[in-house]
Design a protein around this ligand. Structure first.
Ligand SMILES: [Zn+2]
Length: 855
């Protein structure tokens, strides 16, 4: 169908859309309202990007072998990731004492590494958008706990003292006996944060890797090497391979100069400057454009919030970012940045997918639909200011919203004129492009829509069709390296399953917000600032008949063709939907037979195109000792990692409310089973929950009661959004979503960590409770009565809450309230009631205080 005639040139030809008026009085009002102070300070870490080959937070240490041209002062002090374990942090931090106001551990936006940061400058407001890393004392400790392992086992390489924080195992030892190792109630596995930046980053190697001719594994520091011939033995299949003479050496010492033989984590980077379109300028990070797709059916108050958030958002963008703005209601309006004095848009129909002809007419037309911020910032502000509230007298749910067609148009804009030849085939240079949907209601018009009312006789069928259509659109978007995030706000039900399928298939996230205000604005900025690679592939190889039995996370099994051909390559390949810091894969790992060797090996290879258009293969090799002794195994269990893995397995099955109820029961069963299988006391019929896992039951008790499975979250839509976030979330966020962290404000401005029990609620204190997607600040009544004191405590708590969640995506909702207020129940329901023991304690108590019961 030729819809050319419907592609209207603006602005005079249409009045049916929320059309920007060209009234001169509007022009004078174009200077945007000053953004709320909370969003105004420094932009995302992309402002001072390092030279192409290094990721933003990669700080080469003196011992790291990096070609000299890669070293630059600009790498320093840019950003360190959350909870990156400093090498000295090898044990979980003790009860942390927080000084307040909190001092960021790393100062993110400095080009000169030496200047000290003035501390006084950190008011609560300015610290919100300063993405400093959490200081080390906030790190949850678990990554750090891994650090001792390798120095003991890599006999020849005692200087190696760290594991990669990208991979966290549930235990640091592996049980030899298959039957015990595979007991599902506890389970063995790992969390892989493929996109997480680590500091210092892995060593970079700019040549082809040596790979096992038999199984495809990469040579690594645990390989046996025949110094005379340079041959190396694969740790996965034990095949002997040639190194083409490269590993011929007179001593093992000599080989330590090779990064892959001295470090458990290395990165092979393909030479980038051969690639067409490579921009060698260090401050032009070649990110794809961002297109905002905005709901135009908002009431006045909502719209005002949204406008403030949008103004602050564009002010936060790096000047090189290219931005597009698309509005949707009953039609799709595409804003044209070439009009500087008035906001103007081209309009496409929303009833059906845009025709190829109309898209062609648009992208080949004279309008500028993607403009760089440095050239068009005032125009972007004027466009946002021109938005008008919804005019018709219809309830929110009944307004026509053609979100599906609008996303199709946004994709066409990103593809640009080259769309015809390259449609879905040609790999676009650079990292992911982004579409950020700002939605206030359900999709009710055009492709992918559902009827306004649930009572429509055909609703269920139409919903199914809509979900499928959105999922296909998400997949198409993923093929075009474009991630779609859907940020919803307001009280109108958005029909989560439909929008979720769009976001998920593209590698993006869906987040619900109470309104378009603060948390929404922060997430708008964080969504766009997430460092993300594209075309990610995760390969996992395990030695000794160990295999990955289940994967949970943002990916799908890769086509076999996409992996290179090795005769006996047993790698599990996962196509990653996006490569991001805030996501991880949970792997359940089992044995096919009893293990005979003293050590087992795991190799993780993460291949992706980074934001600087380099092809990266990050190779992480892990060596774990094996044991016969169950107590020794249990001692090596990492309670928090194990709890997160169990929680992900459980949540995977909690698809709806009834499932969630069932899953609460399976958690109880699981705890009992762990006691039965691992906790039988010698010569007795008494079982005891293993004391080595003392943290685990409490973490699982929180999971059972908390928002993921419990009754805290009122609406099933909201729980389903949390569930989807959780299944893809990084370890840190996952852990906080399972079990809240409770920090009490102390006299003198320090904070003390307490168990998350309701005993923490003392009337003379203020408490911060971090529950992942929500952070609560609770003020005791006695404290609240003292005006000056309570204001200071509140400010300190607020600062702490912002610091703790600075790099979190999605940013949490932060709520503060006083003891006795109606909102305080949000807080109480998330704590373990001290007057009522967890069920595992109620059965019977052993004298040592651990949970036990008779079978
Ligand atoms: Zn091999």
């Amino acid at each position: 169908m030729n819809n050319n005639n419907q592609l209207q040139q603006s602005p005079s030809s249409s009045s049916s859309n929320a059309y920007p008026s060209s009234n001169p009085s509007d022009i004078t009002s174009l200077s945007p309202p000053p953004p709320p102070p909370t969003f105004s300070s420094p932009s995302p870490p992309t402002r001072f990007p390092p030279p192409p080959l290094l990721r933003p937070n990669q700080v080469p240490t003196p011992s790291v072998k990096v070609p000299p041209n890669l070293l630059s002062p600009a790498n320093n002090g840019i950003r360190t990731p959350m909870s990156s374990p400093a090498p000295h942090l090898s044990t979980p931090p003790g009860p942390p004492v927080f000084s307040s106001p909190l001092q960021p551990a790393a100062v993110p936006f400095r080009t000169s590494p030496a200047t000290p940061q003035p501390l006084a400058a950190f008011s609560p407001a300015s610290s919100l958008s300063l993405p400093t890393s959490s200081s080390p004392q906030f790190s949850d400790g678990a990554p750090g706990q891994l650090l001792h392992q390798m120095s003991d086992t890599a006999e020849d390489y005692n200087h190696v003292s760290e594991h990669s924080p990208n991979v966290l195992f549930t235990a640091h030892k592996v049980l030899k006996e298959k039957k015990v190792a595979n007991i599902p109630s506890l389970g063995f596995g790992a969390l892989v944060s493929a996109g997480q930046e680590v500091s210092p980053g892995p060593q970079i190697i700019q040549r082809d890797p040596h790979r096992c001719q038999n199984c495809g594994s990469y040579s690594n520091l645990y390989c046996n090497i025949l110094l005379g011939s340079g041959q190396w033995q694969c740790v996965i299949c034990r095949n002997l391979n040639t190194s083409g003479g490269e590993y011929i050496a007179s001593s093992k010492e000599e080989l330590r100069n090779l990064p892959e033989l001295s470090s458990p984590s290395v990165e092979y980077v393909q030479t980038v400057n051969k690639r067409p379109g490579f921009i060698p300028v260090s401050d032009s990070r070649a990110t794809g454009p961002i297109v905002l797709v905005i709901d135009e059916c908002l009431d006045e108050v909502q719209l005002q919030h949204l406008q403030s958030s949008l103004h602050a958002f564009v002010d936060s963008l790096p000047p090189t970012t290219r931005l597009g703005i698309v509005l949707y209601g009953r039609a799709v309006s595409v804003y044209d940045f070439s009009e500087e004095s008035t906001a103007s848009a081209d309009v496409l129909p929303g009833k059906e997918s845009p025709s190829q002809e109309s898209l062609k007419a648009m992208v080949y037309g004279s309008g500028i639909y993607l403009a760089s911020i440095h050239a068009s910032l005032p125009v972007a502000h004027s466009i946002f200011s021109s938005f008008r509230p919804y005019k018709l007298n219809l309830p929110e749910t009944s307004r026509d919203r053609c979100l599906g067609a609008a996303v199709e148009v946004a994709l066409a804009l990103i593809q640009g004129p080259s769309a015809e030849i390259s449609r879905g085939v040609v790999k676009r240079p650079g990292g992911n492009s982004r579409i950020i949907v700002c939605a206030g209601g359900p999709v009710t018009y055009g492709p992918g829509s559902v009827p306004h009312s649930f009572s429509h006789p055909n609703y269920l069928h139409m919903e199914k069709t809509a979900i499928k259509w959105m999922e296909n659109l998400g997949h198409e978007s993923h093929r075009q390296s474009t991630v779609i995030d859907v940020l919803c706000a307001g009280t109108c039900p958005v029909r989560v399953p439909i929008l979720q399928s769009l976001a998920k298939a593209s590698g993006g996230v869906l987040v619900l917000h109470d309104d378009f205000g603060e948390a929404f604005g922060v997430n708008l900025q964080r969504a766009s600032a997430r460092a993300a690679g594209s075309h990610g592939l995760l390969e996992i190889r395990c030695s000794d008949n160990i295999f990955v039995s289940q994967v949970i996370g943002p990916g799908e099994e890769a086509d076999v063709d996409s992996s290179e051909a090795f005769r006996n390559d047993t790698a599990l390949s996962i196509q990653m939907l996006s490569v991001e810091e805030t996501q991880s894969f949970a792997l359940c790992i089992e044995s096919r037979s009893d293990i005979k060797s003293d050590f087992v090996y795991f190799q993780f290879v993460i291949q992706y195109s980074n934001a600087y258009q380099a092809e990266v293969s990050r190779v992480i090799t892990v060596k774990l000792p094996t044991v016969d002794s169950v107590p020794k195994y249990l001692e090596s269990v990492q309670d928090e990692v194990a709890a997160v893995l169990i929680a992900k397995k459980t949540l995977l099955r909690a698809k709806n409310f009834n499932d969630a109820l069932d899953m609460r029961l399976t958690i109880d069963e699981r705890v009992k089973d762990i006691a039965t299988k691992f906790g039988q006391l010698p010569k007795s019929k008494l079982y005891q929950f293993p004391k080595e896992l003392s943290l685990l039951p409490e973490l699982l008790f929180h999971l059972r009661r908390g928002p993921l499975l419990g009754s805290i979250v009122g609406h099933e839509d909201e729980r389903s959004v949390l569930r989807n976030l959780f299944l893809n979330a990084s370890f840190d966020l996952s852990l906080r979503m399972v079990a809240p962290r409770c920090l009490m404000h102390r006299e003198g401005g320090t904070f003390e960590e307490l168990p998350a029990h309701d005993l923490a609620m003392q009337s003379d204190a203020a408490v911060v409770l971090d529950h992942g997607t929500d952070v609560f600040i609770w003020l005791g009544a006695e404290l609240a009565a003292q005006e000056g004191k309570s204001a200071a405590a509140l400010a300190a708590c607020r600062t702490l809450a912002e610091e703790l969640t600075e790099l979190r995506f999605p940013a949490p909702r932060i709520l503060a309230f006083k003891e006795g207020s109606s909102q305080a129940r949000y807080f109480v329901t998330r704590l373990i009631p001290a007057h009522k023991d967890p069920p595992y304690e109620q059965v019977s108590e052993e004298e040592n205080g651990y949970f036990g019961f008779h079978m």
